[in-house]
Design a protein around this ligand. Structure first.
Ligand SMILES: C[S@@+](CC[C@H](N)C(=O)[O-])C[C@H]1O[C@@H](n2cnc3c(N)ncnc32)[C@H](O)[C@@H]1O
Length: 225
């Protein structure tokens, strides 16, 4: 009699587990400033993202996955003196770096919190929400976009800065994919199979996208009223 093969056990998506993400970034935190430059992120991308946010004095800004606080000083300056920046991250160690950066720069209008985006009080509203290389770290980017949209004021602006493997070089990267995946997962960028730009498109959120370095890095800015 034909015996059917036992069904393959579905692989759990570790990236959806906040404890896995937290442990990963806690592990990377001491090396983050060393590894990050290896990705040659053009500095114009961060400038463009900050410009697209159109922050004004008095704004409430949510920086999702603020990490070591790369842009917190600029954001704090843009909303000062009355505005406040809420930087949240899953990794305590990344947040420690952000704390040190804010202290060095004598910044007082940033509140850092060890918090999962999905646990942000649903009653809170922000004028600006910024994902800076963090959307690709979410196991469920659709849920993250949805949550951010719920937290955004009707006239608010949502900006996503992120990257992906250059599509032009897929033929080259395909054979090396296991090594690339290991490297990315153990360093700074998110899931190499994750295309944050495509996820944004799929979410149906109307946005304007600017590409950099071929189609590798992008800044997407919501165009909702
Ligand atoms: C690649 S780092 C980017 C850090 C920083 N924004 C930068 O540009 O250097 C991504 C960060 O997103 C955070 N993150 C991932 N999922 C998160 C979640 N659900 N809630 C809050 N932070 C999250 C990670 O802990 C990590 O610090």
């Amino acid at each position: 009699m034909h015996q059917s093969m036992p069904a393959a056990k579905p692989r759990a998506n570790l990236r959806k587990d906040p404890r896995w993400v937290e442990a990963r970034f806690d592990r990377i935190a001491p090396w983050y400033s060393v590894v990050e430059p290896l990705f040659f992120v053009p500095s114009i991308t961060r400038r463009e993202a900050l410009r697209s946010l159109h922050c004004a004095s008095g704004d409430r800004v949510l920086s999702v996955g603020c990490g070591s606080g790369r842009s917190l000083v600029q954001l704090a300056g843009a909303v000062a003196p009355e505005g406040i920046v809420h930087g949240i991250d899953l990794s305590k160690r990344m947040l420690q770096r952000a704390h040190a950066r804010l202290k060095r720069n004598h910044i007082a209008n940033v509140k850092l919190e060890h918090l999962n985006l999905f646990d942000v009080d649903p009653e809170t509203r922000y004028d600006r929400i910024y994902f800076e290389f963090s959307l690709s770290s979410f196991g469920d980017p659709q849920a993250a976009i949805q949550k951010a949209r719920e937290l955004l004021e009707p006239e608010g602006v949502l900006v996503v800065l992120d990257g992906r493997l250059p599509p032009r070089f897929r033929w080259l990267t395909k054979p090396a994919m296991p090594a690339i995946r290991w490297l990315l997962e153990n360093t700074v960028l998110g899931d190499p199979d994750m295309d944050a730009a495509w996820e944004l498109e799929r979410s149906g959120m109307p946005c304007r996208v600017k590409w950099f370095r071929g189609k590798t890095y992008f800044v997407a800015c919501s165009t909702e009223p």
